[in-house]
Design a protein around this ligand. Sequence first.
Ligand SMILES: [Zn+2]
Length: 372
Amino acid sequence: MVPSPRLARSVDDNPHEPDNFGMSVPRPAARPVFLLLLTAGLAACGGGSSTPSSPVSPTPPVATPTPTPPTPSFAFAVAGRTIASGTRGPVAGASLTFAGGPPTQSAADGTFRYTSATTPASTPYRVDVVAPGHVDRSLWLRYERERTDVQIDLLPLSAPFALDFYRQLVRNATETPAELQPLRRLTRPPSIYVRTVDTSGRDVDPATIASITATIQSSVREFSGGTLQVATIETGRDDPERTGWITVVFEENPFSNTCGQARLAGDPGRIWLNLNRCGGCPGTRIRPATVAHEVGHALGFWHVDGREHVMAPIEDRPCTQTAPTPIEQLHASIAYSRAPGNLDPDIDPQSGAAQLAGDHTPIVISCIRPSR
Ligand SMILES: [Zn+2]
């Protein structure tokens, strides 16, 4: 953008003011508006001996000094806090690098402020954060001339967070430790369709349907850190595949070793449940923990070690267990605060959609009944 001669005389002495990355900014028009508003503001505030409502007298123009707008001393600025994922306590001494500029440090209370004399080369621009006792993080920020209250949470290398457990739950380190997966998760509240007949056309009893829908509703909330709630629940005899929906279907196959299956963060989502095969509970022909387990897969999570956890690949859990453990919920909620496509250890993609583009093959997880 070539400044006009009029602009070149502006007190705004930054000829390289950002141009919104290609969009022209009508700067010449902005200055007169500013002055007009300023004048009006002074009149409205009153003060002095003149009556604000009295007509403006034809006072001869005095050489009024032009108000000097604050001279911008930066091309862009970012202020905020570095905090620990989960506990959200301050992270002091974090080193933050914005758009490849010189690093800035967070203070004892986690606050930071960075100013740059040059605009970033692109938007969003990359931010790299390194802090003692925490996992390095890379993320992307959309360019704004001045951003405030930017909260950047870092994975702590201390309890209650456990990077090993997070890698199992989010990256399938349990089964493919040499091939850690990108974060897959839902990005909008799912609707649920529960089929009321099994694959043989037999009705599924209403008590089981009621138990399953209740568990799905609570599990969606618990596996997403409360960020997602089931949008709608429908039941019926159809078997639809609809974007934004998770369809729950039943079979009753005593010869299968599978208690359930689910598409991992699939859209359309799908959960298969094998009735009676892996043990029911009072009032339901499938354990609530089995349903919660498949919901965990449907929301993007993998198997973990530790029999106490709902995402452990076992099926003989007590009927009283209906929810993911607090440790599972903590780690899952952190995953749901990250961009889809986030890579190990904590690297956000520039665009979550781009990162997973082409990855349309549903991942079906079978949950095998332990051999006896
Ligand atoms: Zn499973």
